[in-house]
Ligand binder design. Structure first.
Ligand SMILES: [Zn+2]
Ligand SMILES: [Zn+2]
Length: 303
């Protein structure tokens, strides 16, 4: 009797062991698959699979997020770009943007290197790169960016510049320099958005950035509502090159970063100084171009 009970127990024990082994195998396979996924994608990307990203601008579900997992690469991290609908509201197609002044131009200027707004103007910079006109959705995001200390909007808008204006940015520059704001205004806002954009562009293009190459020596009033003459007077002598950065600027192709490009008077004044300091050439890159009435707009400087 005893030996029979012992045999039954031993069979039961053997059965349990077999089940346990098969469960262990399934568990093992799940862990292996998970580990493979972990090594293939970063943790953020795995989260994106289960929780697809939302558009950083309008907050809607982005189906493109699924494919972004494969575009990002191993352990890579890139800023989240807005949805297709937001991109169409924020980015003006390239052919509508004047390559010289960054203004939106009329159809008859499409094949020309300038537009009727800037044709008779003298710029000290080579060209201007912008996402679009300072109005509508782009205006409201730029305004949010100006006080956003987290750099969230600067990151998204810079990512758009890097992607949609890559033809004019990739491999063409040696140094990124932002337009500075006066320390009083920086204290008031808590952030200088051109600094944030410059950092993002520098990272994206893999070129150095110099945040203190230019100093704002006098506090200027906002350019947008000023007349041509007042704009010129407003920025003349408002900037100086940091003597410690003179060597760094010599012979460099500089990408000058601003958030909003108005008439270009500020960028023209800084470009003049950069050229004096020995820079090879200067290109302006801004998020938006604010334009007034096309008939009233005139040269930032002709000197
Ligand atoms: Zn959106
Ligand atoms: Zn133009």
């Amino acid at each position: 009797m005893l030996s029979l009970t012992g045999r039954k127990n031993s069979i039961a024990q053997n059965n349990i062991t077999a089940e346990e082994i098969s469960e262990f195998n399934i568990f093992n396979r799940i862990v292996t698959i998970f580990l493979c996924m972990f090594f293939l994608f970063s943790v953020t990307d795995i989260l994106n699979i289960f929780f697809p990203p939302l558009c950083p601008i309008c907050g809607t579900f982005m189906p493109a997020g699924w494919s972004s997992v494969f575009r990002r690469g191993l352990f890579g991290w890139s800023p989240l770009l807005p949805c297709v609908n937001c991109v169409s509201l924020l980015v003006t197609p390239e052919k509508y943007i004047c390559p010289r002044c960054g203004g939106v131009r009329k159809r008859f200027d499409f094949d020309k290197p300038d537009c009727n707004r800037c044709r008779n103007l003298i710029f000290k910079f080579r060209r201007a790169i912008v996402l679009g006109e300072y109005e509508g959705e782009l205006r409201s995001i730029v305004l949010r960016m100006k006080t956003d200390k987290s750099g969230f909007y600067a990151r998204t808008l810079s990512a758009l510049l890097l992607r949609d204006r890559s033809k004019f940015l990739d491999g063409l520059f040696d140094l990124v320099v932002p337009v500075p704001i006066h320390r009083k205004r920086r204290w008031w806002r808590g952030v200088n958005s051109p600094d944030l954009i410059a950092n993002e562009i520098s990272r994206g293009l893999q070129i150095p950035v110099s945040l203190d190459a230019i100093k704002r020596t006098k506090e200027t009033t906002l350019q947008f509502h000023l007349s041509d003459q007042a704009r010129l007077q407003n920025v003349t002598g408002a900037f100086a090159i940091n003597p410690k950065r003179m060597k760094l600027l010599k012979g460099k192709r500089i990408l000058l970063i601003d958030d909003i490009l108005t008439t270009g008077a500020t960028c023209n004044e800084i470009s003049k100084l950069l050229k004096k300091a020995g820079a090879k050439n200067i290109t302006v890159c801004a998020i938006a171009r604010a334009v007034g009435n096309i008939d009233n707009e005139k040269t930032p400087t002709t000197k």
